[in-house]
Design a protein around this ligand. Structure first.
Ligand code: HT7
Ligand code: ZN
Length: 854
């Protein structure tokens, strides 16, 4: 397989400052004429190489004259050129309706749309498909007016008209030079929810959220989020929007969440459409976060773009950090931080500990789509966050201002970003740069020794990072650790919080006049993305869970207490649950805590996170230990859960942080009531299911039923299906709720669902809802006979033929084979080998599966 390496980067031989595109649109056969103004960059005699996606040019012209001395090499159109500037014209034909990969120009729900990042533009026309070639685009689209009444592209609309034959046309110009991965156009039967945003400097921007007519009522939340994000970016980063128009289009078939094309964002409809009846609070929050994320890319990604795809985290890590900060400002910052860390631990930590580990700036790839990972995005965001923590808010803002100013209109590197942080921050980030080149999650050990006589406490901190593929030896990293000591007797802080920057393999820090036993609160706010190991006792953790004044640290202490209990239970078959139960009571009783935080704090760690703490993952033992603890918590605190449940029962739906927190706690309480068992609990869940006036409560109740033994789950599933059978996004929930159930019969259910009339691998959301959800179901996927692995592999091999990108993203659960017992490991490896041996396998799948076997 061909490997692209970071060290091989060379600036482009030819630039394309201007491009005009002319689309004659038809789902079966679209003609694309491209006119490129190209200029030779520096003295060389190389031909121009235009990437293609398997098409053959119908015509090739240079400076207005048809030529024949072009050739195709590995899908690349090679044209010899003699001068320093030329005009190249090509014409190709593509078939959007046959494009199942959903890259390039494709059809979704009868409309036509594009997806070009990372390398989809070459599937539309011949072009140097690399992010450091920036061009001004003029786009003309012609299409049947009845079928495609709306024609949108990047930039601003400049002209439109009607033709005699039932067709019409529109022209859009984008004044900002951009890489081709930001190109977009849409032709469809769509309506818009419109608004105006006035920027800080007084410019009016016309906003539009474009959807099918029937979905218009579900677009207010996205539109509000967009306006809030635009104002936030002006206030917090000083970034104004720069075009007269900003459009978002929702499509049902999409490989990812959304795409930040300049002035024309294209979204997976799940991140646009919401109303209380069909979307959960989680969906509402995710929509606001993704709308903000894509909008923020207008500066961090579009105005300043990436030199090459190895720099992907330059735009993605920074933009995730920006969207996380935005969301934190909209509600409870503590709960947002907990959710983000939980997500990092669920997706990125396992990636960093497995066969696909890579640094946030990788050195090599076979298929770039495989590198849109939790490491690039979420660990990338943590790396930015650490710099922000070390610089403090003022200097961080000065550094981002410098970055945007210095690199506006260019294709930059991660190094450029770090250099701005150094320059404006006045700090040396030499060693810190290791975060860009070294993979793996550092492990920090912290222990404290206290001498009551002298009042001296000595904290010993050490770090090590385990080897990752290709990187056997790891150097110590720069770890900014926010920490504080609490007095075990007074439950009060001993001194202020400190930011300790650990740089060596081991360091000692002394504290004087410590007159009572200190309890260590460390990595507060999760200031560094590390695993912390301490010798704190269960009593210390319970103490911190009750008294720490950093909400994240408080949550963390509770999680650690639960984890220790669950790992003991999984290893020994039994564990003492009392400390956890007492800590939960303390948390429930604390009037200072908001209910959203309480809901997070009393929730048990996931099965997979428990497994991550064990040398060999035993899914059955973990499930049994977790269920036992859940049952005991439910039983011991039954009256409490019922009281919380009743107190949290709202009369009417409201989308506010307070109401969301209450709904969240109510669902958690229902889970514990059900864990205590009994048909009466199922009746309560069923009553909630039927009475709910919003999807959060309805799906919460459905999940409780579907995870349980009561036959009421069958009735609930039928009611849910019939009520929402024409709503694809809600049907996805119907599939995934069943695929995630820990019941014994889940595999059989999922196999049956794969044959359901509403199941299709052609729609990525649906494929992920069934196959993706099942593959993270620890109990069912890892059932000892390997049937879960076989089912997923069969589906992935079939999916690869339609949509390799989506298929390849679902490989990682199989790649975790080293973490399991030999029998399971062999079964998982056998399935990976079956994938690698499949004739006609995509390079996406080959890279993921073969690396997973190494
Ligand atoms: N920048 C966008 C990435 C993206 C993408 C990547 C591969 C294949 C399809 C894709 N669609 C969107 C999304 C983002 O991070 O904002
Ligand atoms: Zn992004």
């Amino acid at each position: 397989p061909h490997v692209t390496r970071r060290e091989d980067y060379r600036p482009p031989d030819w630039l394309v400052p201007e491009i005009a595109l002319d689309f004659d649109l038809d789902p079966a056969a679209t003609r694309v004429k491209a006119t490129l103004h190209v200029i030779r960059e520096s003295a060389h005699d190389e031909p121009i190489r235009l990437d293609g996606g398997g098409q053959v040019p119908i015509t090739v012209m240079v400076d207005g004259t048809p030529i024949n001395d072009w050739r195709i090499e590995d899908e690349t159109l090679v044209i010899p050129l003699s001068g320093s500037a030329h005009t190249i014209e090509t014409e190709v034909e593509v078939a959007p309706e046959r494009n199942t990969q959903l890259m390039g120009l494709y059809a979704s729900g009868g409309n036509l749309c594009t997806q070009c990042e990372a390398e989809g533009f070459r599937r539309i026309t011949f072009f140097p498909d690399r992010p450091d070639v920036l061009s001004r685009y003029k786009v003309r689209m012609t299409a049947d007016k009845a079928r495609f009444p709306v024609l949108l592209a990047n930039g601003d609309p400049v002209d439109s008209g009607t033709l005699g034959d039932g067709r019409h046309w529109a022209e859009w110009h984008d004044p900002f030079p951009k890489p081709c991965y930001l190109f977009a156009m849409v032709a469809g039967d769509l309506v818009a929810n419109r608004a105006t945003f006035v920027t800080g400097s007084g410019r009016e921007v016309a906003l539009g959220i474009w959807v099918r007519a029937g979905d218009l009522s579900k677009t207010d939340h996205a539109l509000e989020a967009l306006k809030t994000a635009m104002a936030w970016d002006e206030r917090v980063y000083g970034r104004e929007y720069d075009l007269d128009v900003f459009n978002i289009v929702a499509v049902d078939d999409f490989n990812f969440g959304a795409m930040e094309n300049k002035g024309l964002n294209i979204f997976n409809s799940r991140y646009v459409l919401a109303d209380p009846d069909t979307a959960t609070d989680y969906d509402f929050d995710a929509i606001a976060a993704v709308v903000a994320h894509e909008y923020f890319h207008n500066w961090s990604g579009n105005r300043v773009t990436c030199r090459d795809w190895f720099q992907l985290s330059l735009k993605e890590g920074f933009t995730v950090f920006r969207d996380q900060s935005f969301s934190a400002d909209q509600g409870s910052a503590a709960v947002k931080r907990i959710e983000d860390v939980r997500g990092l631990r669920a997706a990125q930590f396992p990636e960093d500990a497995g066969p696909l580990a890579h640094p946030i700036r990788p050195d090599a790839y076979q298929e770039i789509s495989n590198f849109y990972t939790a490491t690039i995005y979420n660990k990338g965001a943590e790396v930015i966050r650490m710099m922000a923590t070390m610089l403090g808010p003022k200097r961080f803002r000065a550094a981002t201002d410098l970055y945007f100013e210095r690199f506006d209109g260019t294709a930059a590197t991660c190094e450029d970003f770090v250099a701005c942080m150094e320059e404006a921050g006045g700090i040396d980030l030499g060693q810190f740069r290791l975060w860009y080149s070294q993979a793996g999650t550092p492990r920090v050990t912290a222990s404290i020794e206290h001498d009551a006589g002298s009042g001296r406490a000595v904290l010993t901190l050490s770090q090590r990072t385990l080897p990752t593929p290709g990187e056997p030896d790891k150097a110590p990293m720069v770890l900014p650790l926010r920490l504080k000591l609490f007095g075990a007797e007074t439950a009060k802080p001993i001194g202020p919080e400190q930011l300790v920057i650990l740089t060596g393999a081991e360091e000692r820090i002394s504290f004087e006049t410590v007159t009572q036993r200190p309890v260590l609160s460390i990595n507060r706010g999760f200031s560094a993305p590390v695993i912390v190991e301490t010798d704190r006792t269960a009593a210390d953790l319970a103490f911190l869970s009750a008294h720490d004044d950093d909400p994240f640290a408080r949550y963390e202490a509770m999680q650690q207490l639960m984890l220790d209990t669950l790992v003991a239970g999984a290893n020994q078959g039994r564990a003492n649950h009392q400390a956890v139960i007492d800590a939960i009571v303390n948390t429930l009783d604390d009037p200072q805590l908001d209910r959203a935080f309480v809901a997070e704090a009393v929730l048990l760690p996931s099965e997979s996170f428990i497994g991550d703490q064990m040398p060999v993952v035993d899914p059955e033992a973990i499930f049994t230990a977790r269920e036992a603890l859940r049952r005991d918590i439910g039983h011991a605190l039954d009256a409490r859960w019922r009281a919380e449940y009743d107190a949290a029962s709202a009369t009417r739906f409201e989308y506010s942080p307070l109401a969301k927190g209450l709904r969240r706690l109510r669902t958690v309480a229902l889970g514990y009531i059900a864990a205590n068992g009994g048909d009466e609990a199922a009746a309560l869940a069923f009553a909630q299911f039927e009475a709910a006036d919003n999807m959060t409560d309805r799906q919460g109740a459905l999940t409780t039923l579907v995870n349980g033994a009561s036959d009421r789950r069958i009735a609930a599933l039928d009611i849910f299906y019939n009520r929402y059978s024409d709503n694809a996004l809600v049907l996805d929930k119907w599939f995934s709720t069943q695929a995630l159930s820990p019941r014994d019969d889940t595999l059989a259910t999922v196999q049956e669902l794969a044959g359901h009339r509403d199941f299709t691998l052609a729609n990525p959301n649906r494929a992920r809802a069934l196959v993706g959800a099942f593959s993270v179901n620890q109990r069912a996927f890892h059932s000892g006979n390997g049937a879960g692995y076989r089912f997923v592999t069969d589906q992935l091999i079939a999916l690869d033929k339609l949509n390799p990108q989506t298929a390849a993203k679902l490989i990682p659960p199989l790649g975790r084979w080293r973490r399991f017992d030999a029998a399971r490991g062999d079964l998982m490896r056998a399935e990976l080998e079956r994938i690698v041996g499949t004739p006609g396998l995509s390079k996406d799948m080959f890279e993921q599966a073969s690396k997973s076997l190494e």
